[in-house]
Design a protein around this ligand. Structure first.
Ligand code: NAG
Ligand code: NAG
Ligand code: NAG
Ligand code: NAG
Length: 491
């Protein structure tokens, strides 16, 4: 059973190695090199806001009752089963030689699969596209649209469906790199058609003297938590066969992939990390790895979900007005409670709690970026209404704006040489203290609520009124900013 972002691995390039994880046994075991299992892309929340529909969400309440019961889940199930049988004939034939029959079959080394006939590839392509759509992945197309016509390297891409999405968005060719990828087995991945379900962490809030792990509410919750992950009935090998020479899924790390020659430094026009950075134990090593993997002038796109925003915990509560005091999971996170060490989510190894100032400063050392920070106006109001809370958070070194940013996206160009940054050594990339003893790098001076892009006028975003701060570096700003397409749209 998996929570949201299962993703474990190392990426190493020369002496600069980097780890990334999300839901995992523990940071320590990762450090010791214990790899996790099959994973879904660490971008589970990608487009979650757009998809969310509270009226159908399972709900977690303090007395252990999931108010809207599992009917949400079972509604989606027939569709799933239907998908699972659909592609069987044409697909399994072609990939029979690589598709394992048991789960103990080892994952294949990175390689290109045998080519199919044009006709077989075309019918496989149709089946794969259809299934990707049925699993709700087309929602992610907008993220690739700006990279139409480009060769794209997706770092931490998950199990393959994103390659199909990228093709649909018109990306010229797509390399997906992910150490947790197993290309010859149908992947356990998230069905994006299934709306929000509780996480395992949320379910655990139900446990207490009257509800042990055997209690029905807890078990229902855990079942619901598991339901959104299913076996995507197409293997990575099949995805590659469906898009011959265009989608290449690379199971491994920079270090392990490099010797294969399947991709070389700078073979692509753009490298990207979509919602990966909030899960990595050491973003410095990752960003430095990307720097070494790219050539000067190349494009690097990064989209980050900020833990310190109201919903940074990736949990259910995103709208302050939806706070339910009877909901145990809510109580642990609402109104910035997730910044307290006592919060159930605070120590989760799934979230690194990297400070946004540190991340922006880190990326700036290696890349010059146009960027956009999305600000949630409902969160701003929630904080305005609680001046004492704001003061106490500010005393602990949190900047007002840092508490309001939902996502930060950078569209960047690799520098010829890294900037001098002796301060890098003193940064904490994983679980920095939140008691005021740690000072992150300050936001760039352009990061000011005065620079809100559209003013406080985005009323048409009903669920998530978003505003944004947009920054473009002088000179090439326009060229870079065009890749930041997924920001708030101004009226
Ligand atoms: C939420 O779900 C209900 C029932 O499935 C549907 O009628 C409604 O249109 C949905 N609302 C949104 C905003 O998607
Ligand atoms: C739970 O689902 C069943 C159908 O599976 C339905 O009859 C029942 O009313 C639901 N209960 C709640 C609280 O939604
Ligand atoms: C999280 O870690 C901190 C620091 O180690 C500790 O004080 C706190 O009790 C932990 N919180 C939980 C909920 O376990
Ligand atoms: C803050 O937390 C850190 C790490 O948990 C600890 O080392 C430090 O002593 C704390 N500082 C204060 C002022 O409480």
């Amino acid at each position: 059973m998996r929570a949201r972002c299962l993703f474990v691995g190392t990426v190493l390039l020369g002496s600069a190695g980097f780890w990334w994880i999300s839901e995992s046994p523990s940071f320590e075991s990762l450090r010791a090199g214990v790899a996790g299992s099959l994973a879904e892309a660490p971008r589970a929340d990608f487009a979650e806001a757009a998809r969310e529909n509270r009226s159908t969400e399972p709900h977690l309440a303090i007395d252990g009752d999931i108010r809207s019961n599992d009917s949400t889940i079972s509604r989606a199930e027939p569709e799933l089963l239907e998908i699972a049988v659909e592609p069987s004939t044409s697909v399994s034939q072609s990939a029979a030689d690589v598709e394992p029959t048991t789960s103990t079959t080892p994952c294949m080394e990175p390689s290109l699969p045998p080519a199919l006939s044009d006709a077989d590839a075309a019918s496989l392509r149709a089946a794969v596209k259809k299934m990707t759509k049925k699993w709700g992945y087309e929602e992610a197309e907008k993220n690739f649209k700006p990279f139409k016509g480009l060769r794209f390297l997706d770092i931490g891409m998950g199990q393959g469906p994103m390659g199909v999405v990228a093709m649909e968005a018109g990306v010229q060719s797509y390399w997906g790199l992910d150490p947790a990828l197993c290309i010859n087995k149908p992947a356990r991945t998230r069905n994006r058609r299934i709306g929000r379900t509780p996480s395992e962490g949320e379910c655990k809030q139900l446990l207490g003297p009257t509800c042990k792990t055997t209690c029905a509410q807890y078990q229902r919750c855990m079942t619901a938590a598991a339901e959104k992950y299913g076996t995507f009935p197409v293997t990575g090998v099949q995805i590659m066969q469906a898009f011959p020479g265009k989608v290449i899924l690379l199971p491994g790390t920079f270090e392990t992939i490099q010797p294969t020659g399947l991709i070389k430094r700078g073979d692509f026009d753009a490298a990207g990390m979509f919602m990966v950075s909030e899960h990595l134990p050491d973003n410095r090593l990752v960003v430095e790895g990307v720097f070494q993997w790219t050539k000067p002038g190349q494009l690097f796109y990064i989209k980050h979900h900020n833990y310190y925003g109201f919903d940074g915990h990736h949990q259910e509560l995103k709208d302050p007005s939806a706070f339910d005091p009877k909901n145990a999971a809510h109580r642990g996170v609402a109104f910035w409670n997730h910044l307290e060490p006592s919060s159930w989510i605070f120590n989760s190894s799934d979230m690194n709690r990297i400070r946004l100032g540190d991340l922006m400063a880190l990326v700036h050392v290696y890349f010059e970026c146009a960027w956009r920070a999305n600000i949630d106006l409902k969160w701003a109001k929630a904080l305005d209404d609680r001046p004492e809370l704001l003061q106490s958070l500010e005393r602990r070194g949190f900047a007002h704006a840092e508490l309001l940013v939902n996502k930060w996206a950078g569209s960047c160009q690799r520098r010829e040489e890294a900037l001098d940054a002796p301060w890098l050594a003193s940064r904490m990339w994983f679980h920095p203290p939140s008691n005021g003893s740690y000072s992150p790098r300050p936001f760039p001076k352009e990061f000011s609520l005065k620079n809100l892009e559209c003013g406080h006028s985005l009323k048409k975003h009903k669920q998530y009124p978003l505003d944004g701060i947009l920054y473009s570096p002088p000179g090439r700003g326009h060229r870079l900013a065009k890749y930041l397409s997924a920001g708030p749209s101004c009226p």
